[in-house]
Design a protein around this ligand. Structure first.
Ligand code: ADP
Ligand code: MG
Length: 502
């Protein structure tokens, strides 16, 4: 080799070494700066190691919030959509996640979890597996039933997406989603209980709709306990008990509504007990609803009620104000009617017993406005409310003076609570700083003052350093829009309101 050739090779060697060093450093810094890409790499490592359905259920909408330095060393902060998902990931996958993170950044020593609401990575695209082949056509009975069940028994309006979950109802919704993703999994049976008109049937059928959407060949059967009882009676009368049994034992998913109706119906209860056991043992998903917890189903056999509690028992409660407003917003847009948020808030403030009533009042308000060919107003909603419930006291509306009622709370009280909550000063809050840390509290504060104290946009503008009323209006609208998607914001607003007794 000539001396020139040796030099050239040395040069090239050094060049490539330099390049590869730079490349590996660049790679590290990319993974540091681009949190989303890093998180996708982590998920790509986790995905092949756990069941697909579990992966999608628990890692959907997760994110890497930050990599921070702490006393123990570098910590990866993982964002999760719900407390429920957080408990699961921490309980079952913590080590897996940590190992996957360390494969990408070996300096990470620990993980932290934060509930950050929806957002994060859509994991549906992360897959190391070949597409699932279409399943063979199943026997005729099942197909008939499957199709029949779908079109006849499930209301397609009841979906997991159209169920607005907020605050208290996050858990039942998250659990229903988990069941729909992994039918026959750990939440079997699932038992949903709660008062009338709070969305039990909606959630129950939403599970069925979601499972069928995922796999139209699944045999899903929805039935009320009342109807089950009459089917049993009918089958006994006609001597067709075997056919009856076959019909239920061939299902993949049994959705049984209002089990409290089994009380004192001994033969139906027994029949159900056998069906339940067979399905359960075959890992078929069973979802039940009732107006009370299993322990209070006094007239039912203890052997049955104890089985109801073996999987997941979850209570559905009346959602709090913000969620009620979000539900009304959704229902009014479903009805194709744009309604002033103030009217929706008025209804949400006054109807506190059930979502069915909430819908009823809204429907009536829309109907009356349509008949009279005008837009719904708070006054009109107050009239409907008075008529339907003979109410003497209406929150937010002064019957005597026929105008909105003001609370004794002042804007200043709200400002102080907001500042304390977000750790900003009142000067910053009313000032001009446009940093996110101050803008969000400012908007939230304006929103609470407007919606809870019914203060005018002009007055709020004055209180906030002489801003235009349109600025305040925009801020309030922004919050109203964000509330729909941002569970954290709802929690923040609720916490502040609670603090000042609103
Ligand atoms: P239940 O079975 O508990 O008596 P339903 O499921 O029949 O109540 O619900 C009554 C009505 O309220 C239905 O129209 C349902 O769509 C609606 N609803 C209840 N909860 C919600 C929710 N969280 N989001 C949207 N709609 C809801
Ligand atoms: Mg119901």
């Amino acid at each position: 080799m000539s001396p020139i050739e040796v030099k050239r090779r040395k040069f090239l060697g050094l060049f490539f070494l330099g390049l590869s060093l730079r490349f590996s450093r660049a790679y590290n810094s990319i993974s540091m700066t681009n949190l989303k890409d890093t998180w996708v790499s982590v998920l790509t490592r986790i995905e092949p190691t756990i069941q697909r359905t579990h992966f999608v259920t628990w890692f959907q909408s997760t994110s890497l919030v930050e990599l921070k330095n702490s006393e123990v060393g570098k910590v990866a902060v993982i964002g999760v959509p719900t407390v429920f998902a957080m408990d699961w990931i921490v309980g079952k996958y913590r080590i897996k996640v940590l190992q996957a993170v360390q494969e990408i950044d070996k300096d990470v020593k620990d993980l932290e979890f934060q509930v950050v609401g929806i957002g994060g990575v859509d994991v549906s695209q992360i897959s190391s597996r070949p597409e699932k082949k279409a399943r063979k056509v199943r026997n005729k009975l099942e197909i008939d039933l499957g199709n029949g069940v779908r079109s006849k028994m499930l209301n397609e309006r009841y979906t997991l997406d159209s169920f607005i979950s907020g605050g208290e109802n996050r858990l039942p919704h998250a659990a229903a989603t988990a069941v729909a993703n992994v039918p026959g999994g750990i939440y079997n049976p699932m038992y949903i209980y709660g008062g009338v008109g709070l969305g039990k049937t909606h959630l129950l059928q939403a599970i069925g709709n979601a499972i069928l959407k995922d796999d139209p060949e699944k045999v899903v059967r929805y039935i009320t306990a009342e109807r089950f009882v009459s089917e049993v009676v009918e089958a006994i009368k006609r001597g067709e008990m075997n056919r009856f049994k076959g019909r239920y034992r061939d299902v993949d998913v049994l959705l049984l509504d209002d089990v409290q109706f089994f009380a004192k119906k001994k033969s139906s209860e027994q029949e159900f007990f056998h069906t339940f056991n067979e399905l359960y043992e075959a890992n078929k998903q069973i979802v039940l609803t009732s107006d009370r917890p299993p322990s209070e189903l006094e007239d039912l056999d203890k052997r049955i009620t104890s089985r109801f509690s073996m999987g997941m028992v979850t209570e559905i409660l009346m959602p709090e104000f913000e969620t009620r407003v979000a539900i009304l917003q959704q229902k009014s847009s479903e009805a194709g009617m744009l309604i002033d948020p103030e009217v929706l808030e008025f209804i949400a403030a006054n109807v506190t017993t059930s979502i069915r009533e909430l819908e009823g009042v809204l429907r009536q308000v829309i109907a009356e406005a349509q008949i009279e060919d005008r837009v719904p107003t708070v006054k009109c909603a107050a009239d409907v409310f008075k008529k339907l419930y003979r109410a003497k006291e209406i929150i937010g509306y002064d019957i005597e003076k026929k105008r909105l009622d003001r609370s004794i709370m002042t804007s200043r009280d709200v400002m102080e609570a907001v500042c304390c909550y977000y750790r900003v000063t009142v000067d910053e809050l009313v000032g001009d700083v446009r940093k996110k840390e101050v803008m969000v509290p400012r908007q939230v504060c304006m929103y609470i003052i407007r919606h809870e104290l019914d203060e005018s946009f002009e007055k709020i503008g004055e209180d906030f350093g002489g801003r235009m009323h349109t600025t305040v209006m925009n801020a309030c609208n922004k919050v109203l829009k964000k509330i729909k998607k941002d569970s954290r914001l709802i929690r923040d607003i609720n916490a502040i309101k609670k603090e000042i007794g609103l």
